[in-house]
Ligand binder design. Structure first.
Ligand code: ZN
Length: 717
């Protein structure tokens, strides 16, 4: 085997009372029983008995999962003996194994000076280097009885440059209502916060399982688990019969002083059986951030809304199909609307506001009128009739019969106008010729034939005259008109409402996002959602605040009103979820809470909900943003986090991933281009639902003790 090498990920030492001692590295693949037999050599001449050349020893047999982020190196292979022989001389030995894998380590420690009734106590020190060159180590307190063997240990070797100790734990998975959760897959991970001062750069995780009794184990029989202290650590359980559940802990530094005989029981982790995961009777508001023709002008970002709303759709579908929530118990805040956008302004940023200066709408009555005397009936007709086509949103030409058709849809109003005009003409012995109101393609105006009475009393034509309208003449905002406005608004939104972002490799964010939206079918989706929110029967709160998508204050009012209404009925609102995506080229998602004090401080339960969500939120599987629950920035306040929103104690506000970051799986595109795709939407929706199920059905009892960094959010996180 000359020339071959083996991979190592670091070294290990054994310490007693803080000093490195000699030990015997052993072959982990030989018989464990053989490792403890003292080695006796045959009597040499002159001796009457064999000589015990090996000290009395205790043996440790340990599985070690090596987390990502450590350096591998190639070294010459070493042949390890199956059992200790001779005097121990080695004080440091290689950790043979690979990053991301679970390795097997065995060594013997000297018991020759140990009282037979005592345990040997010491420290296993694992050391390595990070891929960026920083020295890291993990210290693990160990014990073994006199001449005994310990073989039930698993160590998660997941250091960074600051965290240097592990502590021993045991954890059982129980199902809500009783019984063990057997044979679940368990993902053990260190909370990755992506802050330079915390755990960033890579995921540190290890695969475990539960045994038949629900005990979390490595391999088949290692239930004593060594995990990092002083930092949140998350166990995520996946089991066919249970809703995915996660258990988060944070051990005190002091816990690292305890040995493997004094592991801390950190459970149970409680999982909800799928069959018992009913949320029937629970009520929800899903609030997709931003909107189509968003009423809050300075936050127009339809691309953000699209992902948020698609995720909200999936959350709703999962709540209904897997958790028995009734369709009528899930409301959306109204996040898609339409503008009174003139056909020639389909790409003009200010078009919805320009339209509001010219036209007025009574949405509950579904009618529209001119707002100023300068607006003619032809303007209204053009607004409500013009369709668009093609990639450039070209306005389709209107025919005379299109214009005529508009009159037919508004007969009562036209008749009333004619009656009014007749009233004005009577004194002059003039009138509107009955049935003469029509579209004049030449004049490009609606006209009527004016008649005058001659001396004999006969009516005679006196020329075509423009049909005048007033600001009190209301025309139908019928389904055809709304469909036209919805289509134009959807096109306008894609052209003018995609927010900006930094470039990637010369590619503009807005154009990449727009292309991704169009490829995903956003134009049709926008239209459908506008109609979904507008085609409701009055009276309806969706119709109460104008034609555009609601801004933050209208949404808060909706939460508050619906919460009051449900409370009065004795069925309190269960949860409100706002969905946003971040911008500014960061990494990871976060649940946002208010940075403000006093009345605007987040309620405790809002922070607790955030902590619950942190366990699940990671749609790109690359960690959270700033610890997963964070405060909004004073320079970029989120109004719905403040006291005007009275539902904050049942509220989760997600900023899930950065749209303008680089796709973690494809460096040539923006994250946004992945976020419009089904895998991201599905992952995020399921993560939110897992948090909802836990919060409403089986909240982790001891989550209160788990804090991130200094507990800077109300001492709770
Ligand atoms: Zn947002």
């Amino acid at each position: 085997m000359a020339g071959t090498t083996v991979t190592k990920v670091g070294d290990y030492e054994v310490l007693v009372s803080g000093s490195a001692v000699a030990f015997w590295p052993l072959d982990p693949w030989s018989s464990l029983a053989g490792a403890v037999s003292p080695i006796v050599v045959a009597p040499s001449s002159g001796s009457s008995a064999g000589t015990v050349v090996t000290s009395v020893v205790g043996v440790f047999d340990i599985a070690i999962a090596v987390a990502e982020g450590l350096t591998e190196s190639e070294v010459a292979p070493v042949t390890l003996p199956p059992s200790p022989g001779g005097k121990a001389t080695i004080k440091k030995a290689p950790l043979f194994g690979k990053v991301g894998q679970t390795m097997h380590l065995r060594f013997a420690v000297d018991h020759s000076k140990l009282h037979k009734t005592d345990n040997w106590s010491g420290t296993l020190r694992l050391s390595s280097k990070t891929t960026s060159g920083g020295a890291v180590q993990t210290n693990i307190t160990l014990a073994v009885a006199y001449t005994a063997t310990v073989s039930n240990l698993f160590v998660f070797f997941a250091p960074n440059t600051k965290l240097k100790k592990n502590a021993w734990v045991t954890l059982e998975a129980r199902q809500k209502g009783g019984g063990a959760v057997a044979n679940a897959s368990v993902d053990l991970k260190v909370l990755r916060d992506n802050l330079p001062s915390g755990y960033t750069g890579v995921n540190r995780r290890a695969p475990l399982t539960t045994n038949g009794g629900g005990q979390v184990i490595s391999g088949t029989a290692r239930p004593i688990l060594s995990v990092p202290v002083d930092w949140p650590v998350i166990f995520t359980f996946t089991s066919g019969a249970h809703v995915t559940g996660a258990h988060m802990i944070r051990l005190d530094k002091d816990a690292a002083d305890e040995d493997n005989f004094n592991a801390t029981e950190i459970g149970p982790a409680v999982l909800v059986p799928r069959a018992a995961a009913s949320l029937k009777g629970k009520t929800f508001i899903l609030d997709a951030g931003h909107g189509v023709v968003y009423g809050y002008l300075k936050a127009r970002r339809c691309q953000e809304w699209y992902v948020a709303h698609r995720v909200a759709d999936r959350i709703r579908a999962i709540l209904m199909s897997e958790h028995k929530v009734d369709a009528g118990d899930i409301y959306f805040s109204r996040s898609a609307g339409f503008g009174l956008i003139e056909p020639s302004q389909v790409h003009l940023n200010t078009a919805p506001e320009a339209g509001e200066a010219k036209y007025k709408v009574d949405l509950p009555q579904k009618k529209i009128a001119a707002k100023t005397a300068a607006v003619g009936l032809h303007d209204l007709a053009k607004l409500l009739l013009t369709t668009h086509s093609g990639d450039h949103d070209t306005a389709d030409a209107l025919s005379s019969s299109n214009y005529e058709g508009f009159l037919a849809r508004n007969t009562a109003t036209v008749n009333a106008i004619v009656a009014r005009v007749n009233g004005q003409l009577t004194a002059a012995h003039a009138r509107v010729q009955p049935g003469s109101v029509t579209w004049d393609d030449h004049k490009h105006r609606y006209v009527y034939m004016k008649e005058k009475q001659n001396a004999a009393g006969d009516w005679q034509k006196a020329g075509t005259t423009d049909l005048p309208i007033t600001t009190n003449d209301w025309f139908a905002l019928d389904s055809q008109a709304i469909a036209v406005l919805a289509d134009r608004s959807a096109r306008w939104s894609l052209a003018a409402e995609v927010g900006p972002g930094p470039a990637l490799g010369g590619k503009s964010f807005a154009s990449a996002a727009r292309a991704a939206l169009k490829a995903a079918g956003a134009l049709d989706y926008f239209r459908q959602k506008i109609l979904f929110y507008v085609n409701v029967t009055a009276p309806h709160s969706y119709l109460d605040h104008g034609t555009k998508a609601w801004g933050p204050s209208e949404r808060s009012k909706f939460f508050n009103d619906y919460q009051s209404q449900l409370s009065a009925a004795g069925t309190p609102l269960s949860m409100v979820v706002s969905l946003h995506e971040n911008a500014g080229k960061g990494k990871g998602g976060t649940v946002l809470v208010s940075h403000k004090p006093g009345a605007d401080e987040p309620p405790d339960d809002q922070v607790r909900i955030g902590k619950t969500m942190v366990k699940y939120l990671d749609p790109f599987d690359h960690g959270t943003r700033s610890g997963g629950v964070s405060k909004d920035l004073p320079v970029n306040p989120a109004g719905m986090l403040y006291h005007g929103n009275q539902a904050r104690d049942i509220y989760a506000y997600f900023e899930s991933e950065f749209m303008d970051a680089t796709d973690p799986n494809d460096s040539t595109r923006f994250s946004y281009e992945a976020m419009v795709e089904a895998p991201f939407i599905e992952a995020l929706a399921r993560q939110v639902v897992c948090g909802v199920v836990e919060w409403l059905l089986a909240p982790q009892a001891d989550l209160e003790d788990v804090k991130y960094m200094g507990g800077s959010i109300k001492g709770l996180w």
